[in-house]
Design a protein around this ligand. Structure first.
Ligand SMILES: Nc1ncnc2c1ncn2[C@@H]1O[C@H](COP(=O)(O)OP(=O)(O)O)[C@@H](O)[C@H]1O
Ligand SMILES: [Mg+2]
Length: 241
């Protein structure tokens, strides 16, 4: 379970995240929906303990991001779209293995996990190639595999399918669904209504750092008397200009 409590981040005069409170129950896929600059990445970076909140806090599986960052990190798999963080001179398998070692996994479990991940992410052809030589889609899948080598309970995914071709996007989305079936708690951000509609139990619409609404996709559609999430989004955001 993730509890975000009055989370706020300012950068100088920019209020990137304003007093956001959200609860994500265990086992839910939760979507953070917002345009560029809405505050999605900043929110996720605070949850991932990569960035200190200006005020407010959050707990992940009971651990406080401010007081117990190490514990929080142990619960987490993190994927930030813009920065794959792979070592170009290592192969995909070596990248994954290195991350497994950092998470105190033994060699045998790491090898088993790499075999499994290579299969589900369809990386068989390039698992032993250098990360620097891969296409964007391949790198994204490799980065995802690396992020979850230790089978974390919570996944924080920042625009995991942005910029990918359709087949890579479907592999990633199917994997997110599979992780959901395994009972993982997942927050992912997206600016794609279609994606959010397809994957999420509940979403939060954020705009200019503020939480506009949070509800199930079904309830949002009923409340706004529309089946079209894109239309609903424009309406909600428009009211707050
Ligand atoms: N390190 C930073 N320094 C200054 N401003 C930042 C920094 N990171 C983000 N911002 C600003 O905070 C706002 C929210 O950014 P971000 O969280 O990246 O939005 P999103 O991920 O939804 O596109 C934007 O106005 C952005 O310019
Ligand atoms: Mg972002």
């Amino acid at each position: 379970m993730i509890e975000i409590k009055s989370l706020t981040k300012t950068f100088g005069s920019v209020e990137a995240v304003k007093n956001i409170s959200i609860t994500v129950p265990k086992g839910e896929i939760f979507g953070l929906l917002g345009e560029n600059g809405a505050g999605k990445t900043t929110t996720l970076r605070m949850l991932a303990t990569m960035l200190k909140p200006t005020s407010g806090t959050a707990t992940l599986n009971g651990y406080d991001i401010q007081k117990e960052p190490d514990r929080v990190r142990g619960e987490l798999g993190i994927l930030f779209g813009g920065e794959s963080g792979l070592y170009n001179r290592l192969t995909v398998a070596e990248n994954i293995s290195y991350f497994g070692e950092l998470n105190n996994m033994d060699k045998k479990s790491i090898q088993n996990r790499i075999k499994y991940l290579a299969e589900v992410f369809e990386m068989g052809d390039y698992i032993n190639r250098h990360a620097g030589k891969l296409s964007k889609g391949m790198r994204q899948k490799a980065a995802f595999a690396r992020a979850i080598v230790h089978d974390p309970n919570i996944l924080l995914l920042d625009e995991p399918s942005a910029g990918l071709d359709v087949s890579a996007m479907i592999v990633i989305q199917d994997f997110i669904k599979m992780q959901h079936q395994l009972g993982k708690t997942i927050i992912f951000s997206s600016h794609s209504m279609v994606e959010v509609d397809k994957l999420c139990n509940r979403i939060a619409v954020i705009h200019k750092g503020s939480l506009i609404d949070t509800d199930t996709v079904e309830n949002l559609k009923t409340k706004n008397k529309s089946d079209n999430l894109e239309e609903i989004f424009i309406r909600l955001v428009g009211e707050k200009q």
